[in-house]
Design a protein around this ligand. Structure first.
Ligand code: ATP
Ligand code: MG
Length: 334
């Protein structure tokens, strides 16, 4: 049976005005510069699944994440979580409740922890803010329970963030995220700042917690080997657009978009099968002045005239969503 969609993102755009100040523009006769960080992104995330967004630096992953948790307003498009539109101001009460059910975990656990607070206060904050326990005694017991849950000791609550290692600090962030009983957690490169062995421990912890609390994850990473371990479905971003959405197995075994193939070719060969590793070719174009037509065309080995002129629209193919003229025409991937 198909599960219900918890998150519905539709035609999301986000522009940033990156112009110089008005006076400079007048003197230097420069036009206003607008950067399109996110361009027509639509995503469905089913309850209980991990949907990953991958893509090179600057492709718009974090901007999508910030909009989905409500930290950044979209320029256009809509975000619906658990049936509630984030922009629907008439639903103040529902939105407030929803706020407690959506959490975000960031790359740098140190920057997101108040250095002057003891860990117990950090973890207790959402519990107090959303009045989730009936009295102080229950709050303290809950904090101890959460610390244990993420593999720390209840006595660690007395310490300050700087007394912990990077991996332990990320455990504290996870405990705090769990404190408000979330349904949906957005993780933006949660382990990229950690050593590989610590990374694996944190990823496993996140998976265990997902099973235990039926969490839904939006998981962001530029590292395909991490994504492979975590995600059911994967969206590949390029210059603000999603070029492919496939389930994890299909994406790794049968990538359809030429950019996905390029990303996979660049992963180190873990199985030591002797396969050549091809570095990603070409550079990401300037997002302020992106290429016409398909924005990937200057790097694409299958480019033709149509790709240089016409923007491709997403189509469904063998259960994947692909944005590529070549795939649509059957020129690529048979
Ligand atoms: N507040 C902002 N003002 C202006 N430009 C921004 C702002 N935030 C992001 N951008 C630009 O939007 C584009 C997408 O940025 P974003 O941080 O979403 O990419 P990303 O995929 O998360 O990259 P990374 O892998 O480096 O984290 C980039 O070109 C970035 O410079
Ligand atoms: Mg980012």
């Amino acid at each position: 049976m198909k599960k219900r969609n918890l998150v519905k993102v539709r035609n999301l755009d986000r522009l940033f005005d990156v112009s110089k100040p008005l006076l400079n523009r007048i003197i230097e006769r420069e036009e206003r510069k607008i950067l399109r960080a996110v361009d027509d992104v639509s995503i469905d995330i089913e309850e209980g699944e991990t949907f990953a967004l991958v893509g090179e630096s600057g492709s718009g992953k974090s901007t999508v994440a910030k909009m989905v948790v409500g930290l950044l307003p979209p320029t256009k498009g809509s975000i619906e979580i658990d049936g509630i539109d984030l922009s629907d101001k008439s639903k103040i009460k529902e939105l407030r409740k929803l706020r407690s059910e959506i959490q975000m975990i960031f790359q740098d656990p140190f920057a997101s922890l108040n250095p002057r607070w003891r860990v117990e206060k950090i973890i207790a904050e959402p519990i107090r803010a959303f009045k989730l326990e009936k009295n102080e005694k229950a709050v303290i017991a809950k904090v101890a329970e959460l610390l244990t849950l993420v593999g720390l000791d209840p006595s660690d609550g007395r310490k300050f963030p700087h007394e912990f290692s990077g991996g332990q600090r990320q455990r504290i962030c996870i405990a705090r995220a769990l404190a408000s009983k979330p349904k949906f957690i957005v993780c933006d490169e949660p382990t990229s700042a950690l050593d590989v062995s610590v990374q694996a421990q944190i990823l496993n912890l996140m998976k265990d917690l997902q099973d235990e609390f039926s969490l839904t994850f939006l998981f962001i990473s530029h590292d395909l080997s991490v994504v492979r371990h975590m995600a059911n479905r994967i969206g590949v971003m390029y210059l603000g657009r999603i070029v492919e959405i496939s389930n994890s197995k299909d994406l790794f075994e049968n990538p359809k978009h030429p950019y996905t193939k390029m990303l996979l070719d660049a992963i180190p060969d873990l199985e030591m099968s002797g396969k050549e590793r091809n570095p990603i070719e070409g550079e990401i174009p300037n997002p302020i002045d992106p290429p016409k037509g398909c924005t990937f065309h200057p790097r694409c080995p299958f480019v033709n005239e149509r790709c240089r002129k016409e923007i491709p629209m997403p189509i469904e193919k063998d259960g994947s969503i692909i944005t590529c003229h070549g795939v649509e025409e059957g020129r690529i991937g048979k």
